[in-house]
Design a protein around this ligand. Structure first.
Ligand code: SF4
Length: 636
């Protein structure tokens, strides 16, 4: 049955909303396939506004891979702003894809990629606008399979009631595998209905279907156990790991937005995973082991991506890009290749060492010298040991001195507040460090034209990290420390004016903490927030702490119990049945080491310390050097 575009109905609403261009699609490299030629159809959502969602790499990669498959179609959908939502409700216009403006409910799979838990309420809006029942148990055979992926899917329990399924880890191969399961089931005439399709997905061990697992609780509220309620469903669901990134050189045809977006550049992921062992970093823990893309593939992807998109900026992405074993050759090769053209290069550099300055110099050959960003994360040496961020004060001062001496004038330093074992002095240490940075800069340059911006984020303990057992700092403590830090910076006559200070108050971190380490009972809070008008919770102008607290009270959920409470070693955690490969005992040991000041090296350069990932997942570290060179490609 052909599915009609709803564009003619949407078009009438567009003159009445902000930034209507974000809803019209038609971007360079977007794909519209014939509905009837496909027998499996995906609607892919990034649950935030178009301007944030379009540059998302995960969605872009899956969109391309799925559209390359024969008889498969993938389209994109984003969260609509409240102004359009109100009009869509009034006019009965359903949630639509931007590619062909087809109603989301007509698709077989509705895949939502969550980088952060603060997108949960936006998924509920999309389900509701689409006419898909919000609760998985209420869906029928005509509704799509609602599937979550992305980092937040490593604990999807707070949204378990709204999901049919979730996938952990890299999406490339599992998206194809799911497509084939759906295709086969449909070709067989949909035997057993929706339930059998979900069983087929769950049996494979690679797809988590929450409704096939029951959760029992102790009288005090802790989880007693999570157990499958069907015979053929595995006790634990494993994450997916793509081992050879060279085999998956996506995006090949980067989407070029028509509307303004947060990043307008071609991004190439130069490696996945990070084993530096920062204890707060969920991304580092759940994406292990390190797998590098080869220098030749990076070179070819950059060349192709620029030709296909016309972007004049290339970003080399990863969790710590300067750690690629051949980054110096990559940087020099690309800087040589594009010297004298309008193509500029960028590298998110957070490692604090002189090598990064050399790289930054290479990368700025063709572009502006904006700021250098370093992330010491902790304000004192003691704090940095606790989080396993092995940066000394001398390292930092030496690095920024080099940067200032080579002409950089602006340095940004990123820290966190509310870390485990943190004291007021640790946070005030940030001010001392920033003042020393300015002092060193003035001395080396002889100029007072030196700036340093201190940016502070609130720490949120995350699942699958050594801090998953930690008590989160309450927002009053975080706010008090941040105020003392601000006073210390502002009150300094000698250095205060040279130091910028950016921070958020501690309340959003408490909500993020509730959603990060929550269990199925937190779903009622999310729903109540949504019913009370909660949308775009990642945006400070839309976020309401009071709304979340009122919803928690209504749902009988004690926010402190989920956030500030420290867990015991043997407490069953809501995500224990979801396997990121990390050995629980190793995580616990690392948590104890954190408290006692023990450090862990990077297993790329030291022997394996048995975090558990490689033997459990059948993976291994994939690093160069390959000994190959960037291909001498022609410059556009
Ligand atoms: S198992 Fe060993 S080699 Fe693999 S990521 Fe963990 S520490 Fe590194």
């Amino acid at each position: 049955m052909p599915v009609e575009s709803i564009f003619h109905r949407l078009e009438a609403l567009l003159p009445k909303v902000q930034k209507p261009i974000q809803y019209v699609g038609g971007e360079l490299n977007s794909t519209v396939k014939d509905w009837d030629d496909a027998d499996v159809r995906w609607a892919l959502m990034y649950p935030d506004a178009y301007e944030v969602g379009l540059p998302n790499q995960g969605v872009a990669i899956l969109y391309e891979i799925l559209n390359e498959l024969p008889a498969t179609l993938a389209e994109r959908t984003y969260a609509v702003w409240p102004d359009l939502e109100a009009l869509m409700r009034a006019e009965g216009v359903p949630q639509f894809t931007v590619d062909a403006h087809r109603p989301v409910r007509a698709f077989d799979v509705f895949g939502v990629s969550f980088s952060t838990e603060l997108g949960y309420t936006n998924m509920l809006t999309a389900l509701d606008l689409a006419g898909i029942p919000m609760l998985a148990v209420e869906r029928g055979d005509d509704d799509p399979i609602v599937l979550a992926g992305g980092h937040a899917a490593f604990n999807p329990e707070p949204i378990a009631d709204f999901l049919d399924a979730a996938v952990l880890g890299d999406g490339e191969q599992i998206a194809i595998a799911i497509t084939e399961v759906v295709r086969e089931w449909k070709a067989e005439g949909r035997p057993g209905g929706r339930d059998e399709l979900l069983m087929r997905l769950a049996e494979s061990g690679g797809v988590y279907v929450p409704k096939f697992y029951d959760v029992d609780y102790h009288p005090d509220g802790r989880i007693k156990r999570v157990a499958p309620n069907r015979a053929d469903v595995p006790w634990r669901v494993h994450k997916h790991t793509v081992m050879d990134l060279d085999e998956w050189p996506y995006p090949k045809k980067p989407l070029v937005p028509l509307a303004e977006t947060v990043h307008e550049r071609f991004s190439v992921e130069i490696f996945r995973g990070c084993t530096r062992g920062c204890r707060f970093c969920q991304a580092g823990m759940i994406t292990r082991p390190v797998r590098e893309r080869s220098i030749t593939t990076i070179g070819a992807m950059v060349d192709n991506g620029i030709k296909e998109s016309g972007f004049n900026e290339v970003g080399l992405l990863s969790l710590s890009s300067a750690d690629h074993s051949e980054i110096a050759d990559v940087a020099k090769g690309l800087a040589d290749r594009y010297e004298g053209t309008n193509t500029s290069l960028s590298l998110p550099s957070t490692r604090v060492d002189a090598f990064n300055i050399d790289l930054a110099n290479e990368f700025s050959r063709n572009g502006r010298r904006s700021g250098l960003t370093f992330a010491p994360e902790g304000g004192s040496e003691r704090m940095r040991k606790v989080i396993n961020k092995m940066v000394t004060e001398e390292d930092l001062i030496r690095t920024v001195t080099t940067a200032y001496s080579q002409g950089w004038r602006q340095v940004k330093l990123y820290f966190m507040c509310g870390l485990p074992t943190e004291t007021d002095e640790d946070v005030l240490g940030i001010a001392d460090l920033a003042k020393k940075v300015i002092k060193a800069g003035r001395e080396i340059t002889g100029s007072r034209d030196i700036r340093c911006t201190v940016s502070i984020g609130g720490f949120v303990p995350k699942p699958h990290t050594p801090f998953q057992w930690a008590g989160q700092a309450d927002h009053e403590t975080v706010d008090r420390r941040l105020k003392a830090l601000r006073d210390s910076l502002r009150g300094d006559k000698e250095f205060g004016r040279a130091i910028g200070y950016r921070y958020h108050d501690g309340k959003p971190s408490i909500v993020e903490g509730l959603l990060s380490r929550g269990d199925r009972r937190v779903g009622a809070v999310i729903r109540a927030v949504w019913e009370d008008g909660g949308r775009f919770d990642g945006w400070s102008e839309h976020f309401s702490y009071q709304r979340w607290m009122a919803a928690a009270e209504k749902a009988g959920v004690d926010v402190d119990w989920y956030t500030t409470r420290e867990r015991e070693e043997n407490e069953v955690l809501p995500w224990d049945h979801l396997d990121a490969g990390l050995d629980r005992e190793w995580l616990w040991q690392d948590w104890q080491e954190a408290v006692s000041g023990g450090e862990v090296e990077d297993c790329r350069w030291t022997p394996c310390y048995d975090c558990g990932v490689c033997p459990t997942m059948g993976t291994e570290i994939q690093v160069g050097p390959t000994g190959r060179k960037l291909l001498p490609l022609t410059v556009v």
